[in-house]
Design a protein around this ligand. Sequence first.
Ligand SMILES: [Zn+2]
Ligand SMILES: [Zn+2]
Length: 82
Amino acid sequence: MKCNEGGQLLICSTSDCPLVYHEKCLGSEFICYKKGNFYCPFCSHSRALKEYLEAKKKASLLRKDLDAFMRNVLEHQPAKFL
Ligand SMILES: [Zn+2]
Ligand SMILES: [Zn+2]
């Protein structure tokens, strides 16, 4: 972000992100601090997305385990219960 103003610079904490912002240019609603680190709007969005996808992946793995468990139970049921 380029402007002629000085002032407090915010440097994104993501190691491969080149973005630098002025605190007042960005606007406080876009400033996201996590554990004392600043993440730019792009990175905080992509981090949130990544966390969401990981949670979703975990949930689907759990469901797969449950499916396998249920199949196993059903396959080992005595015939009279089927
Ligand atoms: Zn600025
Ligand atoms: Zn960033």
